[in-house]
Design a protein around this ligand. Structure first.
Ligand SMILES: Nc1ncnc2c1ncn2[C@@H]1O[C@H](COP(=O)(O)OP(=O)(O)OP(=O)(O)O)[C@@H](O)[C@H]1O
Length: 243
């Protein structure tokens, strides 16, 4: 059974029809890269998956539950969907370690000791043990993003949603973050990643979803997607711009 599924979702702002009927599924353990031209609706689509945006019509089904059904416990379901944003969103008045500990204590009700042990494990996983006691304003963008990823992973999500996680970073640290994401993929994390990083789409993703003009215009394994450029002018023109 699909872990996460959308059925014919649309999203309009007034008479601006941003998503025009998106059917999408992801199985447990899959990594999907969502790419496409600017303004095509990628971020809007991603934000509809955990209802940060409410679709205008259609359904979003996560772990067998319709997120748009009346009386659904959205907070409970959302807590199982990690989200990583372009702009980190760390708590500025807490160290890296505390940033990772707090949601575990608040939401998962872990003891301080258990939350700290788990946070230290994750700091090691994202190669940030040496920055555990540093506040966000002393961290580089790449370091902040690795802490944001560790914080999301600490919640034991069933799926992680990434919205252009490397777009705000200096080029020299992009690979540190992509390496952490590739490590998560190798560990079997289910991931939907809106990205402009074609190397990630090609090497790490199981499928590439190309969103163009509010629709999924291609949903293919990476090798097939990148060879479609030979025959599909929209994909060719997009790849010519980003590569
Ligand atoms: N809250 C909003 N109100 C009105 N229009 C919006 C809103 N959010 C997004 N849009 C519009 O929806 C369209 C799609 O935006 P979206 O951010 O989803 O595209 P994108 O494919 O992620 O683009 P990019 O690669 O540039 O980030 C854009 O025209 C944008 O202006």
């Amino acid at each position: 059974m699909a872990l996460l599924e959308t059925k014919e979702i649309t999203k309009s702002y007034g008479d601006h029809h941003v998503l025009k009927g998106i059917d999408f599924t992801i199985e447990p353990g899959e990594v999907v890269a969502v790419i496409g031209p600017s303004g095509g609706g990628k971020s809007t689509f991603l934000r509809c998956l955990n209802l940060l945006e409410t679709p205008s019509s259609g359904h979003v089904v996560f772990d067998g539950e319709d997120l748009l059904a009346p009386k659904v416990d959205l907070d409970r379901l959302r807590s199982r969907m990690g989200m990583v944003f372009q702009q980190f969103n760390l708590f500025p008045n807490m160290t890296a370690l505390k940033n990772i500990m707090l949601p575990q204590m608040d939401v998962l009700k872990l003891s301080k000791k258990d939350a700290e042990a788990r946070a230290m494990e994750l700091l090691e996983k994202v190669n940030m043990t040496h920055r555990a006691h540093v506040y966000p304003n002393r961290l580089s963008g790449g370091q902040k993003q690795r802490i944001a990823i560790a914080r999301a992973v600490a919640m034991n999500p069933k799926v992680m949603l990434f919205d252009e996680p490397t777009s705000a970073l200096d080029p020299e640290v992009v690979h540190d973050v992509l390496d952490v994401m590739a490590g998560l993929a190798a560990d079997g994390m289910t991931m939907v990643v809106v990205t402009h990083e074609m190397g990630f789409a090609r090497k790490v993703a199981d499928r590439v979803v190309f969103i163009d003009g509010g629709k999924i215009a291609a949903d293919l394994p990476p090798e097939e997607f990148f060879s479609e450029a030979n025959t599909n002018p929209r994909i060719r023109s997009f790849l010519e711009k980003v590569l």
